[in-house]
Design a protein. Structure first.
Length: 390
């Protein structure tokens, strides 16, 4: 790490210019003789990314950022906080420490954290950044995480892993056995070192596929931020209760939470559109627990495969809620006549045409206060629900 990046003059420059295009800065050259233009561009790009992804880090003077690929792979501040809420005890090993975002929030939840990272540059950055943010009881180990576990005499209440999901050619991988370290191959060893494992996998990983490869799973957490699934978390260890799926959608100013036992599937009741329409958030959509959603919130589905709910009374709900103003049978000519040239938000659920095709064919612009849901109802009727957000 270039220590000259910490000089006040450089830090003031970064705070004043982080919105500038980093590529342009790299081409123009650095105004600081001991800092290369590429180093300066990396810090500007990192600070710009941190403004939204890591706001506390952004506001902490002296944070040094890694290259874009490393910052892209790291947890956001919101998801790191959520992960930290799942652990406890006094000792935790973060075996895929990386830039250190997760380790920082783990350090605020347990007495001591071991940050293990084999990339010396990232290990050095993490040590610097976490210490200026108060993570005093954190030990930084530069080396192979599995070798560290094999050689240490320490015991851990929790072990956390976020296996690398990039291939040798730089492409993304999604299967558990393709990650580094290979948690499927090393699972028995990992469980021998701690009674609790927390594993982060690709959001696209199929839940049933994960269950076929992992043993002793007691909780699955699906974490969305602003209605986009960001993380799929697996809590492993000796289970005393049925396997539970917990979903959370992190939005301002609150969290939308929902949970249900995975091993007790339920069929949702189906009914025609009533007064209100409910669209589950992305975390619930990933869970597939639609029968439990209907039962817990006393709602009916419009169709077994449409994943939209309805009720006569307005209910609290982990997702978006709408007032149904009108139900129209789908007819292109009539819909174009009613809405062509106007603005509306379009969503499709269990419908043969996608949003782009509907906009093009019906001449409907994006925006406005009207929401159009193109869907299939219980008797296989193609319909359009004209809605207003509640």
């Amino acid at each position: 790490m270039n220590r000259y990046l910490l000089v006040d003059e450089v830090q003031e420059y970064l705070e004043a210019h982080y919105k500038q295009d980093a590529g342009t800065v790299a081409l123009k050259g650095s105004p600081f003789p001991l800092i290369s233009s590429q180093e300066l561009a990396t810090q500007l790009a990192g600070k710009k990314k941190a403004a939204k992804k890591l706001p506390s880090w952004f506001h902490t003077r002296g944070v040094v950022y890694p290259p874009a690929v490393n910052l892209e792979q790291t947890s956001s501040e919101a998801t790191a906080r959520y992960k930290a809420s799942l652990v406890g005890g006094s000792r935790l090993a973060d075996l895929t420490g990386g830039f250190g975002v997760d380790s920082l929030y783990f350090s605020r939840q347990v007495d001591k954290v071991w940050h293990v990272e084999q990339d010396r540059f990232l290990s050095e950055l993490a040590a610097h950044n976490l210490r200026i943010q108060g993570a005093i009881a954190t030990e930084f180990i530069c080396g192979d995480s599995l070798e560290f576990l094999r050689n240490t005499s320490e015991s851990f209440d929790w072990i956390y892993l976020d296996p690398s999901r990039r291939s040798d050619t730089g492409g993304r991988v999604f299967r558990l056995e393709d990650g580094v370290p290979n948690v499927v191959e090393e699972l028995e060893f990992l469980l021998s070192k701690s009674p609790n494992l927390l594993i982060k996998t690709a959001p696209l990983l199929d839940i049933q596929a994960g269950l076929r490869e992992l043993s002793q799973v007691r909780e699955i957490h699906i974490v969305a931020v602003n209605n986009e699934v960001k993380e799929l978390l697996w809590v492993l260890g000796e289970a005393t209760e049925p396997l539970v799926v917990k979903t959370v959608n992190i939005t301002a100013p609150h969290l939308q939470r929902f949970e249900a036992p995975l091993e007790q599937p339920m069929e949702a009741l189906v009914g025609p559109p009533a007064t209100y329409l409910y669209e589950p958030n992305a975390a619930i959509m990933k869970s597939g627990l639609f029968g439990h959603v209907g039962a817990q919130y006393q709602l009916k589905k419009l169709h077994l495969h449409s994943h939209l709910f309805t009720s006569d009374q307005l209910m609290e709900f982990p997702g978006r809620r709408f007032l149904i103003k009108e139900k129209l049978t789908f007819n292109k000519k009539q819909i174009r006549k009613a809405f062509g040239g106007s603005k509306a938000h379009i969503s499709t659920r269990n419908f043969p045409l996608n949003v782009a095709s509907l906009r093009r064919e019906l001449k409907i612009k994006d925006g406005g206060d009207t929401y159009l849901f193109f869907t299939t109802l219980s008797r296989e009727e193609r319909a359009v629900l004209v809605c207003q957000k509640v």
